[in-house]
Design a binder for this molecule. Sequence first.
Ligand code: S3P
Length: 168
Amino acid sequence: MDLPLTIMGFMGSGKSTLGKQIAKKMGVDFTDLDSYIEESTGKSIPSIFKKYGEDDFREIESQCLREVLLKPNQIVATGGGTPCHRNNLELIKTLSTSVYLQVSPEALVKRLLRSKNPRPLIQGKSNDDLLTYVQQKLKKREKYYLEANYIVQSDQIQVEDLLTLIFF
Ligand code: S3P
């Protein structure tokens, strides 16, 4: 492994969980882009959204992505919106090998409702609203995700299978 391996997918698709597992198996570092943003700015993701708005968040996110992708031999979990803004997809495709974790809107909603991770874009939505939101947003975003080098159904994937797919 040389280039970083970038994991992309919708909020709740399991990017960080899978990323950590792969990193552990391969004995390489794991970087969560949202955590990197929080460490760099000293602010939580919700507070960046609240204080500066989504547009400024996307600017910070893009800058941080550029920094993160310079380091080889690591697994990077992006935020759900990362590949869909600025020239991030181009950066991801040029500087890394990429994987899209494809999960159905229904499964995403189930996971998001269980998650304790605060997500400003879905905060306060009722269950029905959330499903509609995920369906619509995923429809807009999937064309970016589908540009990944590898597409895996996150529900079925085992870490070993994914590693075999990518590296062997
Ligand atoms: C976002 C997803 C979040 C985080 C931010 C915006 C998005 O990351 O980057 O709240 O636009 O989908 P996760 O996908 O890790 O929840």
